[in-house]
Design a protein around this ligand. Structure first.
Ligand SMILES: [Zn+2]
Length: 485
């Protein structure tokens, strides 16, 4: 299948094929605007027949789906379209929208550049800071809009943006949350839901003052961070498409004494934290405090189901027990960890201990949620020399964990859930002959096989989406050129 077929109720005349999938929508609210809850989808019911769809943990044929006001109102395998009703027929394999739980949009500017030659995580970090120093609200918005366009076109419907570029390069504030709203508006322009993980970042390392471009990140104190974030929460109150979460950048960047302030401020909202990505971080934490980063976070009350520990690569057995026993979410970012030479974390052991897995593309060296899913299995094969750690269903569950981003009502094709759909091409050179089921999605498909994406009942990618003002590649090239040192 090379495109969507728009048909009608069984028994009536077939519809005509449309063109190939195109880039994301570029419409959306004007900058600074808010979108009230429930708006934008209209009250009319639209019916779809999904020829193949992953529903309730299995791939089913001819699933009748009805959507009203951005939610599924009917999901019925083999269901009949009502008398006199029309339904849109979707060929290919339909799966729920993916959640990308860990992103730094501006890192996309480094793809193909930081990979040249040798280096370490720490030399990569210097190159990343050089781009960070050049961004202002307008260039940040243009870059994020292009990058988020790439992300939504890969099949993602909620993005967790771990955002720490709050201020001007010298650390003085912008008026009216300019950098944060640049991201919000970028997400709305491409039709993506956003969880803005407003990050507390106070130190260049275990209490040392911020230096250089890090001044952009620091609010000066945890209390000042909490106050600025609270004002942002208020600024975005009542919208349906943005959640303002919180983040502890890392145990390097937030001193132990400040952790409880961040935890208290985040109460009830998603709280994310970079955790033990590098052995050097563990060693420095042990030297400073005498405990591992995981233990430090546990003692500060920072673990639990609303918390997502990003990476969690280098853990002790006790760390695994602390994360699993508290039901903390863990977000490996396999393609970035691969790119940076971080190592392979104990994802299976964490899940067995009780942690909930999600996935992120982090630095965007690769933007492909299908690759992240299979990487969880394939990287673990390399370290264990055994196969079959994860089922395709488990990997799809990790890929569709919107709950850790504050959208527990997304990621499933079921009545009442947010109407997100991803249509995968099952006849491409990558996917043809692979069974047209969940194994096609996890072990064969790539971002290039995404034909269409629906978010909250609206098509934002594909033939039924608004045409983009500029081809995605051209938008990315222009936005990146603008911010390179
Ligand atoms: Zn990160």
């Amino acid at each position: 299948m090379s495109g969507l077929v728009f048909g009608s109720a069984p028994g009536s005349a077939p519809g005509s094929a449309t063109g190939p999938a195109t880039g994301p929508a570029t419409g959306g609210a004007p900058r600074g605007a808010t979108r009230p809850a429930g708006a934008g989808s209209g009250a009319a019911t639209t019916a779809y027949v999904l020829r193949r769809a992953w529903v309730g943990g299995a791939t089913r044929d001819d699933v009748l789906v009805e959507v009203a006001d951005g939610r599924f109102t009917r999901v019925e395998p083999g269901g009949a379209v009502g008398e006199g009703r029309a339904a849109v027929v979707l060929d290919g394999l339909v799966v729920p929208g993916q959640a990308n739980a860990h992103s730094h949009a501006f890192h996309r500017a480094l793809r193909g550049r930081t990979q040249r030659g040798r280096g370490t995580f720490w030399t990569w970090r210097e190159q990343m800071y050089a781009v960070a120093a050049r961004l202002d609200p307008d260039s940040y918005h243009r870059l994020a809009r292009a990058v988020l366009g790439e992300i939504v076109a890969s099949g993602v419907t909620t993005l967790g943006e771990f955002h720490y570029l709050h201020h001007r390069p010298d650390g003085t504030p912008y008026p009216d949350h300019a950098m944060e709203l640049a991201l919000v508006e970028a997400a709305r322009a491409v039709g993506l839901r956003l969880t803005l993980l407003d990050t507390c970042y106070l130190s260049s390392g275990f209490g040392a003052p911020v230096e250089g471009v890090q001044r952009r990140c620091s609010d000066g104190s945890a209390q000042a961070w909490a106050e600025r974030r609270a004002a942002l929460v208020e600024r975005l109150a009542g919208v349906d498409d943005v959640v303002v979460g919180a983040a502890i950048h890392s145990v390097r960047a937030v001193p132990r004494a400040d952790l409880p302030t961040v935890v208290a401020a985040a109460a009830g909202d998603p709280l994310h934290v970079h955790l033990s990505e590098q052995p050097a971080e563990n060693a420095a934490c042990l030297a400073a405090y005498g405990v591992t980063p995981t233990r430090l976070l546990a003692d500060a009350g920072a673990l639990g189901p609303r918390t997502t520990a990003v990476h969690a690569t280098h853990l002790t057995d006790a760390d695994v027990d602390l994360l699993g026993g508290s039901g903390t979410r863990v977000c490996p970012c396999p393609t970035t960890e691969r790119d940076l030479g971080d190592g392979v974390g104990p994802a299976r052991r964490l899940a067995d201990a009780g942690a909930v897995l999600s996935l992120g593309s982090d630095s965007h060296a690769v933007v492909d949620p299908w690759e992240e899913m299979r990487a969880l299995e394939l990287d673990e094969r390399l370290t264990s020399r055994r196969r079959g750690h994860w089922s395709a269903d488990e990997l799809l569950a990790a890929g569709t964990d919107h709950a850790g981003l504050g959208f527990p009502d997304a990621g499933r094709l079921e009545v009442g859930a947010r109407a997100d759909l991803v249509v995968l091409d099952t006849s491409s050179p990558r996917t043809a002959g692979t069974g047209d089921d969940e194994h096609t999605a996890v072990f064969a498909a790539s971002a290039a096989d995404v034909l269409a994406v629906m978010v909250d009942g609206r098509w934002v990618v594909g033939p039924a989406a608004p045409a983009p003002a500029q081809p995605l590649g051209a938008a990315l090239a222009a936005a990146i050129q603008e911010v390179l040192p």
